[in-house]
Design a protein around this ligand. Sequence first.
Ligand code: C2E
Ligand code: MG
Ligand code: MG
Length: 691
Amino acid sequence: MSARPESHGRYVLANPAFCEITGYSTDQLGSVMFGDLCHPDDLETAAEMFGRLKSGAVEETDAELRVRRRDGSSIWVRQHRTVIEDEAGEPLFYLCHTEDVSERRAVEAAINVARGIADDALRESEERYRLLADYAADMIVCARADRTRSYVSPSCLRMLGYTPAEMMELDFSTFLHPDDKQRVTADYGQLVQRGGAVTHTYRLRHKDGGYVWVEAHWVATLVAPFADGTGLANTVIVSVVRDISERKAAESKIASMACHDALTGLPNRVLLRERLEEARLFVEAGGSAAVLSVDLDNFKAVNDTLGHAIGDALLQGVAERLLRCVRQDDTVARLGGDEFVVVLLGLENPEEAAQRGQTIVDVVSEPYELMGHQLLVGASVGITTSPRDGILPDQLLKNADFALYRAKAEGRRAYRLFEPSMAVDRQTRLETEGQLRAALADESFRIFYQPIVNVTSGAIVGLEALVRWQHPQRGLVYPDEFISIAEDTGMIVRLGEWVLRGACRHAAQWPATIRLSVNVSPIQFRAPRFVQTVCDALDASGLSADRLDLEITESVLLQESAGTLAVLNELRELGVGISLDDFGTGYSSLGYLRSFRFDRIKIDRSFVGDLLQRAESEAIVRAVVGIGNALGIATVAEGVETRGQLRRLRAHGCSEAQGYLFSKARPAGEITALLAASPGRNWGASTRISA
Ligand code: C2E
Ligand code: MG
Ligand code: MG
């Protein structure tokens, strides 16, 4: 619609459309002033705009305003005004193009009303959701495509130690664990681009520096137009982040349990296998490795006598020490019991493996202080090197075991390097076990007796029963070669009983002044019904109990439990004597001498052997004899081979002696004659019994 503009504020010309908008006829418009058509609320705006047009400040104006119609009603119009000038450039009249926009305005008003209502509802629901988010246990984060955050729920304080305000400031990537960073930021980028949802787990850094495992569910949403005031749709990533550190800890514990030993935390057989495979690859790539089989000497005795709590503590102590002996890339594994395996990588030469083996023997064999007990437990180590002895894990483990058996067989508390011949030896031991079992069934053993003499008078006061195995091919086999096998396999209980019964039977034939000494293995001592076995042997033979002397070693007393002492006291009540054998070689705790009144202490032959050569040995012998005399306990020197030794023992006040000087162990059949031939001999001065 258009209207001829006004002259001095009066309308000069108007078209029918303008007339229709305003409700005035063309004629009537002639007397209508510009201001009459203006809605009072828009009058000021209209006047101001018109003023600027008239003054030449602008060449056109454009505005939406309300026109007051002739009937008093108002109508929204859009008015575009321009100035028409004469040739001199002076304003001639103003042209006003008026467009009815009332319909659009009405729609907009309706929308605004509706939006007002909608806004209220939105606010309400927003509040509701914020409340939910604020109190949710999970952390809820709303982030924009550029990773800045628009909301962080307060649970972040509990989960990560940061306040929501602090979180808003920090970039997401600074929270991520270095190992997760690449994956998680890539996922985020994809989600922003493609939309959708993703759930994944990663670690977030806690304010204290540690990491928290979380499971996060990310959803990309498009925020509706207008909501952020720009009228443009925006991608927002809503993350619901759950703390799953407890679950992760449980999972990793389960995973770790599957390949770690629960007691020591060391890798178990499963993980060892993996490490051995790695070692194989390392060797195949030109490196070298060594596998060491480590076994504690007499661990079973410690466990059985001192109890499992101390046994466990000892194993933990051993594990710690083994770890001290290895480098970062090496492995210490526990296969169970007291069996440990060490895998060393990158050795300079086979000698290095030997040196490391020696270190392990030394370090593990140092005394342990456990729950008020001082323990001395030696270690034996078998070593195999790769590639020299092989590269396959099974082969290396087997080799190391062969070497370990050798170390144990040759006196323990030592290491041995694998040699191919050892595989044969192991086979031999297995065969020996089988033959020993058969020998037990056939009773292919003989009891020999070695005299014990009174140091002063030289008279034989007793005989110690020493068992020999009559082997069909090997002849007489000495106890050092089979007692430990019999102990390891439990056969010692039957063997010991056989010796006891046989020896009592023999001794019953000897003069009543002669004592019988019988060795008792710790395993036999702990066997149920041991006391009954002793009673039965005495009854069956008719030997009087006070002629029997049982030799036990300190390992029996390792656990001064009520049970051990009860057995000792029962034996004592029967009238049986008790000797402490091999004193000085084990723990040599004087406490044992206090807890039980022994009848005899047998000083180990290793001290007697160099009595004349080493001042230390002499000092020990003198001290033990001194203690024995002070406590009223007889002392027996073992392994006396020379008259010089005998003289020295006599000088120190030792009561009895035993050794090749007097006699080797002899078959039962020779004993009666021996006793008849040598009453009260003066061994130190004259002859010795020839073997
Ligand atoms: P042991 O009880 O200390 O017995 C003394 C060992 O020293 C015997 O060895 C004996 O022959 C040896 N011997 C004695 N005098 C001398 C000497 O002057 N010089 C040297 N070098 N050695 C001497 P054997 O008979 O070989 O027995 C070794 C060990 O086997 C015994 O040590 C004992 O612990 C054990 N044993 C022997 N018989 C039995 C048995 O019936 N039952 C149990 N449980 N153990 C036994
Ligand atoms: Mg003995
Ligand atoms: Mg002995």
